[in-house]
Each structure stands twice: as structure tokens, then as C-alpha cells.
Design a protein around this ligand. Structure first.
Ligand SMILES: [Zn+2]
Ligand SMILES: [Zn+2]
Length: 546
């Protein structure tokens, strides 16, 4: 972060227009703060107003204002999340500065493409983070230029998805079905005839239903309906500072939290989860807060059951309850390597949300083997969840983060003292977006669950890493930094679910390095009832045989 802020300041002070990209909102805010601090330290406080943050959560009005000011050249630099990656025109820029490898090569190239004026050179800088992927590219920078983009997965069986893409394409350049079928498939002529507008020369154009801008009708990232209003009460202003999605609320809002907006610090005075409101006040402090929380993700109602192919075990789909609890926070000194200066307990009520998702109960046989080999049970579940979750974008159009899981934290899983929070042995996945009805991604993934499990197992068996990496069973999206991991245990769970043979003697003997055995935190899962209170029978199954 400090490296980025120094580079950013040196560049803008030389008249280079810069956009800095961050992976997540919190980084965006912290970088804006660091840049402002750096400018003051350089004695160039007058430039502070010419740098702005830009991220999801800011009000539409604020975002339009920042875009216009950047476009008109009033701003010299902007610090953004990927909210600015797609489609927003902010004029020409000279330099793109990327803090942390942005998940895929395609993302990095897309970000780099934001800089460059006609016939002039532009500059793109990647500042590596501490993650394994970042470090891989720091060691092998050539790959940034030579590695192909990963294939974009589009669900072309879905008529609505396909039509949306064709309408967008036709808007940019009229379509000639005979010659363009090579890109869009054999049924292009039919889709054009039924859904697009033909001109007198035989070319097809975007339909009026999709105008003025068809891309607005094609959601690439869908939105969430439930929001919390953050109200700035400084000097009784009482204005809405921003509107935060419910899924992010507990991890940013709790009494005593420091909330960052444009790099400035606001103290959360009053968080009211029932009314979806948080009152904040501008304060000048040189510490930030880092919440201590846990999230329980539990299926509450089974809506569909599916017998796994060539296995006696089943996968389930239904309603999921997400209970987020912030039980305290650390005050950290952000300027001195996040040193903890105080630990505070809070008594916030849990925030409960609902979504849709799928789950698989871990067979008892797998648990017995894990215990016998002293492999970390929670680590095995966590690793198996990641292995499956990171493959979902291969089957359903989705971005990393659209499907989430319950991440296991080292603080709890490695502790030696007894816990009240025993968790069922279960792999659970839920839709991060779409509210209680879900986004539909897990509905789709559920159809492919056999393939997902088999591919996940293939990746784990084929990966040469020691204890799990992002290529197999770790995840860059992990909320707990992949601390609790058992790659060998993950193999046991996936094989058990698929009813494959497990060579127990060939498994390593735990406890594994980095996963000290603590108290047992996992218990055998019990079947989640259907709405009428009875169990469901999977399609093609006469009776349920355990
Ligand atoms: Zn690996
Ligand atoms: Zn995780």
C-alpha cells in the first residue's frame, strides 16, 4: 500500500494522470487515505482535493460527479475497485497502477487497457501483493505478457443470455447471419429473424427493447436489493453518505467501527441492523478497526435432492441462512504495519440473511478416516469447499465471489479450549447475491454437482503442491486467508462422497504442518428437513438407504 501511494503521488505530481485499481473496497479506502497522507507529508496538501476514491457503495450521484470530474480533467488521479473496470468513460489516462494481481490475467489486461492516448505511450504498473499468485507473477513476469486469457465461459444454452450478447454485438456492428454464425452458432439466423431488426440491405440491428444502450440490459454483475444506509451525522448534517449492501454490512458496520469513505475516517456511533441504518461521525484518528467475527452458514430447508452419479450419497439444494456475528474488534495502527493497539468486545445482535444454495453432508466413513489419520477435519471440509467453489465459474457464468462458503478460521479451529460452536460436517455453498431468492448460480451448479466433485478431486489429485494451493483447494477469495487447510483430508472427503476407494494406509499421518490439532469442532451432519417436515426422495430413487 505504501509503495502504491508513493508511486501514485510521484506520478500525479509530474502531471501523469493515474488510475489505481484495488481488489477490494477496503484497500481502495486505505490507499486513498495513504495517498492523502503522503501528499501532506510532501508539502503538497493542495493536491489532495484532486484525488478521489471510486468504488461500489458510493451513491450514484457521487459516482457520476467523480466520473465527470475525472473526464473533465479536474481530478489528477482516481483510486478504484473493479466497479470502474467496465464501460465507465472517464477520459484518457496515462497510467494504470494495479495493487495486487486482480484474480485473472484477463482482468489485469482489461485494467491496463484503461490507459493510453492515441499515438502516445502509456504505463501500466503491477505492484505484487503477498499472495501466492502475486508472488508467482513477480517471479515469472514474462507470463503477464505471454499467458493466454482464460476462456470466457458463457452459458450459451441459456437463450436469454445468448440473445443479450447478440443484441450487444449488433449494436456495435450490424450482424450478417450467414457470415457471423461462425461466432454465434448455427441458430443465429433464427434468433436474428425473431428478435433483431432487419434493414433493407439484409443486416440485422439491435432491437428497440434493448436501446438506447443494450449493455445496460445484460447484467454482468447482478445487483443486490437489500441495503444499509450510512448516515453522516457530523455537525448534524444527516445526509446519506453511502448505501451498503447487506452482505457487507456486518463486516464494516458495528458500534465503534471506523468506517472509511474517501479515505477519511468515520466512527460508527449507532448501528441498527433492524432499521438498516448506521449513524457515523467524522473523526480524526490514526487507527483503524479490524473486526473479529464469525459467520454460520446453514441450510434450513431442503427443496431438491439429487443422488450423486455412481455413489450412494446425495446432494441437496434449498434455503440457506447466513448468520453473521461481529463479537469484537481490534484497534490497529494502520501506519505501523497494522499493529494491534487494543482489543474491544462488542455486543451486536447477529445479522441474519437468507439465500439459496446447495450442500453435501460428509459421510461418516470420511470423518472416521480423518480422525484415524489425525487429519484436520475442519481443514478438510474447508479445503473441499474451496476446491468445488472455485470450479463453479467453469460451469455457470459467474465471477469469483458470486458463490460463497463458510470459511474456517484458525482462531477457532486451532484453539485448545472447548467451543460451543460445533459445526456440522457439511460442504455448503450459497449465492452471494440476489437476496433470499438467490442469484440462480447455485441452482445451475446443483445440476452439475457430480461433475464439479469429480473435477475438484481431479485437480486435488493432480496438483503437485504440498498443503493446498489456489490451483487445487485454496481460494483467493478465502475470508480467512486459507489458514485452516487439509489437502489430504479434502481428498478423503471428495472420494468418500463419490464412493471411491480410499487407500487409508497411503494417507499422510497428521497432525499436519500448519494445522495443529485443537479440540474437535465438527459433528456429523443431520439431514435438513423439507418444508413439510419429511425427508425428500431423490429423483430415480425408491427409498432412502443410508
Ligand atoms: Zn495445489
Ligand atoms: Zn476459505
Amino acid at each position: 500500500m505504501l509503495e502504491c501511494s508513493r508511486l501514485f503521488c510521484e506520478l500525479i505530481l509530474r502531471g501523469v494522470r493515474v488510475i489505481a485499481f484495488c481488489r477490494v473496497r477496503e484497500q481502495c479506502e486505505r490507499l486513498v487515505g495513504a495517498i492523502k497522507h503522503e501528499l501532506e507529508a510532501l508539502g503538497r496538501g493542495e493536491v489532495v482535493a484532486r484525488v478521489m476514491g471510486y468504488r461500489g457503495g458510493y451513491t450514484a450521484q457521487d459516482r457520476r460527479r467523480i466520473e465527470t470530474e475525472m473526464f473533465e480533467g479536474k481530478l489528477l488521479g482516481i483510486v478504484a475497485t473493479t466497479a470502474l473496470e467496465l464501460g465507465v468513460d472517464i477520459g484518457t489516462l496515462d497510467c494504470v497502477l494495479t495493487w495486487g494481481f486482480p484474480y485473472t490475467i484477463a482482468n489485469l489486461r482489461q485494467q491496463s487497457g484503461r490507459a493510453g492516448r492515441r499515438n502516445k505511450d502509456s504505463l501500466s504498473i503491477l505492484v505484487g501483493d503477498g499472495f501466492a499468485t502475486d508472488q508467482h507473477y513477480m517471479q515469472n513476469p514474462d507470463e503477464l505478457f505471454t499467458k493466454p486469457n482464460c476462456e470466457l465461459q458463457v452459458d450459451l444454452d441459456n437463450m436469454l443470455v445468448k440473445e443479450g450478447h447478440i443484441q450487444c454485438a449488433a449494436y456495435e456492428m450490424p450482424i450478417q447471419p450467414a457470415s457471423d454464425a461462425v461466432y454465434f452458432g448455427a441458430d443465429l439466423a433464427q434468433i436474428c429473424a425473431e428478435r433483431l431488426v432487419r434493414d433493407t440491405t439484409g443486416f440485422y440491428h439491435c432491437h428497440d427493447r434493448f436501446r438506447p444502450l443494450p449493455s445496460q440490459f445484460v447484467s454482468i454483475r447482478d445487483t443486490e436489493e437489500d441495503h444499509f444506509a450510512i448516515i453522516d451525522t457530523t455537525n448534524n448534517r444527516n445526509i446519506v453518505l453511502e448505501e451498503l449492501e447487506a452482505s457487507r454490512a456486518t463486516f464494516t458496520l458495528y458500534d465503534g467501527a471506523i468506517f472509511l469513505h474517501q479515505g477519511d475516517t468515520y466512527l460508527v456511533r449507532d448501528f441498527n441492523p433492524d432499521k438498516h441504518i448506521a449513524r457515523v461521525e467524522r473523526v480524526k484518528v490514526d487507527w483503524l478497526t479490524s473486526q473479529r467475527d464469525y459467520t454460520d452458514i446453514d441450510p434450513v430447508e431442503t427443496e431438491a435432492v439429487k443422488r450423486l452419479d455412481r455413489s450412494r450419497w446425495r446432494a441437496y439444494y434449498g434455503a440457506i441462512r447466513i448468520k453473521q456475528v461481529v463479537f469484537g474488534y481490534f484497534k490497529v495502527d494502520a501506519r505501523r504495519g497494522n499493529r494491534i493497539i487494543d482489543a474491544v468486545q462488542v455486543d451486536n445482535p447477529p445479522v441474519v440473511r437468507h439465500s439459496k444454495g446447495m450442500w453435501l453432508d460428509v459421510p461418516k466413513r470420511a470423518l472416521d478416516i480423518l480422525v484415524a489419520r489425525r487429519l484436520h477435519v475442519a481443514g478438510a471440509i474447508h479445503a473441499a469447499q474451496h476446491a468445488v467453489m472455485s470450479l463453479i465459474p467453469n460451469f455457470v457464468i459467474s465471477a469469483p465471489g458470486d458463490v460463497r462458503t463458510e470459511c474456517k478460521s484458525g482462531l477457532k479451529e486451532f484453539a485448545k479450549r472447548e467451543t460451543q460452536r460445533k459445526r456440522p460436517a457439511r460442504l455448503t455453498f450459497y449465492d452471494a447475491k440476489g437476496g433470499a431468492g438467490g442469484s440462480g448460480i447455485n441452482t445451475k451448479a446443483f445440476e452439475f454437482v457430480d461433475l464439479l466433485l469429480r473435477q475438484a478431486l481431479g485437480r486435488v489429485l493432480g496438483c503437485r503442491c504440498e498443503g493446498g494451493c489456489v490451483e487445487c483447494c485454496a481460494s483467493e477469495m478465502c475470508k480467512e486467508m486459507n489458514e485452516v487447510m487439509s489437502k489430504a483430508g479434502c481428498e478423503v472427503i471428495l472420494k468418500a462422497l463419490l464412493d471411491e476407494e480410499i487407500d487409508v494406509e497411503a494417507l499422510p499421518m497428521g497432525p499436519e504442518e500448519g494445522s495443529p490439532a485443537g479440540v474437535e469442532t465438527v459433528v456429523l451432519a443431520s439431514t435438513v428437513p423439507a418444508r413439510d417436515g419429511r425427508g425428500l426422495v431423490a429423483a430415480g430413487e425408491d427409498a432412502v438407504a443410508e
